[in-house]
Design a protein around this ligand. Structure first.
Ligand code: SDX
Length: 431
């Protein structure tokens, strides 16, 4: 824990309480209120956790005002341009960039965990063909605990590491199988001669009837999308994983809970919702109509892919994603993609509008990702599964960090109770 030399004084009525202040490596100080209820008999109130630090962590740092995202201190734009996803996975899990030997060993380990138990194939066949792939992923990942018992003892660091490797390795296989099942095509097994991103594209797009060569440009773009989504400090789904883990639940159940939370359109489901919104807008001349709706308090419509709880400046991931969208669509010969034109004009008009300027609403990671994914051949229903696949390393890294902390305890928030005070039961005859 950081230095506790400083403290804040809270006065309630005639009583004053000293609250220790901890200063982080970078970012805002925190007030330690753990003893507040015991000392003062009051709770703090922060629905949505807008001002609450739920843990300490050394993995990811976000400066929302400066638009900075660091993974173990390394800025996301450098990792996206100079590193690759499995190296970023190593960095997030172990805290340092690997040597060549460490990276080779890690990549070999992940590669050899990519197949799933053959009996798990039956799970997919229990779903309707038109099930959303996220429903399938929640179910199949939760079921992994029924097949990988030898990595569910969370008190054993080696089992925690094996479970982490299995989840990182098998998520692309599960996501690809969910996709194949939804389109009625046969499952494609992973191949050890392909790298992580190329393997995923091969499992999604190859068919037994003909040879499929992975386009290296698309594989590089896919790998970059994985990297941009890898971790993001204590977002809703990561907090869900931490809370589930705090009860001692097995790793597969915790990650299934994270997948379920990510599915929401306010979170990881925004990439699918954003592309559907851009298609509904359809042309640049309809943009003012949708911007007006987004500003109308009586209209529940929001600009999908815009705004963020933490970023009050540009989301650095969106900047990289926008560059990648231009590159990939150029290389695919769809640079005049009408949806990309709508997205760019929508961003331009929104960023010139006082409503968005005053509320500090900028494009987030989900604004451009769907355009790339659709150009790569994915249906919108696969956008959030790809986000879940990418974020698995963030979830397992934060899960491991929490379990390695001997101080960690079950998460159990309190409440501001506004219901009925004590009252006696009344028989139905007298109601
Ligand atoms: C992700 O937390 C993470 O780190 C998440 C994530 C990650 O990597 O894990 O970054 C991934 O989830 C990105 C966000 C994807 N979601 C969307 O793009 C959905 C659209 N965005 C909004 O739903 C919203 O911006 C949130 C949910 C992202 C953030 O919501 P907050 O922090 O609770 O902000 P808010 O709803 O209090 O908004 C502040 C104001 C409100 O107006 P007032 O009530 O103050 O008048 O801004 C308005 C909102 O109405 N507003 C929007 C808006 N987003 C916020 N108005 C129009 N369009 C929007 N998109």
């Amino acid at each position: 824990m950081a230095d506790t030399a400083k403290s804040a004084k809270l006065t309630i009525g005639e009583q004053s309480y000293d609250l220790p202040i901890y200063s982080p490596t970078v970012g805002p100080d925190v007030l330690d209120i753990r003893k507040l209820y015991g000392q003062a008999g009051v709770f703090t109130y922060d629905p949505g956790f807008t001002s609450t630090a739920s843990c300490d962590s050394t993995i990811t740092f976000i400066d929302g005002d400066e638009g900075i995202l660091l993974h173990r201190g390394y800025p996301i734009d450098q990792l996206a341009s100079k590193s690759h996803y499995l190296e970023v996975c190593y960095l997030l899990m172990y805290g340092e960039l690997p040597t060549a030997a460490e990276l080779e060993e890690f990549e070999n380990t992940i590669t050899r965990h990519t197949m799933i138990h053959e009996q798990m194939h039956n799970f997919f066949r229990g779903f309707r063909r038109d099930a959303h792939p996220m429903a399938t992923m929640v179910g199949v990942v939760g079921a992994m605990s029924a097949f990988y018992h030898d990595s569910t003892d969370i008190s054993d660091p080696r089992q925690r590491e094996i479970a982490s490797h299995r989840l990182i390795a098998k998520m692309p296989t599960i996501a690809a199988m969910a996709y194949k099942y939804s389109i009625g095509q046969p499952f494609v097994y992973p191949r050890n001669d392909l790298d992580y991103a190329a393997n995923f594209l091969h499992m999604c797009f190859s068919v037994p009837a003909e040879k499929y060569e992975v386009n290296p440009i698309l594989a590089r773009a896919m790998d970059r999308i994985f990297t941009l989504h890898a971790d993001h400090e204590q977002n809703a789904s990561t907090s869900t994983v931490r809370l589930a883990s705090s009860s001692g639940a097995n790793p597969f159940a915790c990650i299934a809970a994270g997948i379920a939370c990510l599915w929401g359109p306010a979170h990881g489901g925004a990439n699918q919702a954003c592309l559907e919104m851009l298609k509904e807008i359809g042309s640049v001349d309809r943009i003012p109509e949708f911007i007006a709706r987004a500003k109308d308090k009586n209209d529940p419509f929001r600009l999908m892919g815009f705004g963020h709880r933490v970023y009050k400046n540009r989301d650095p991931r969106a900047t990289v994603m926008k560059q990648s969208a231009d590159e990939v669509l150029d290389l695919l010969g769809v640079e005049n993609n009408p949806i990309l034109q709508v997205a760019k004009e929508l961003e331009k008009q929104a960023l010139e509008d006082p409503y968005f300027i005053d509320k500090k609403l900028f494009p987030n990671v989900d604004f451009y990702s769907g355009i790339i994914l659709e150009a790569m051949g994915f249906p919108t229903s696969m956008f959030t599964p790809i986000f879940a696949l990418s974020r698995t390393v963030g979830w397992v890294s934060q899960w491991k960090e929490q379990l390695a902390d001997p101080q960690h305890k079950i998460g159990r928030p309190r409440q501001l109770y506004l219901g009925s005070a004590l009252r006696d039961y009344t028989d139905i005859e007298s109601r």
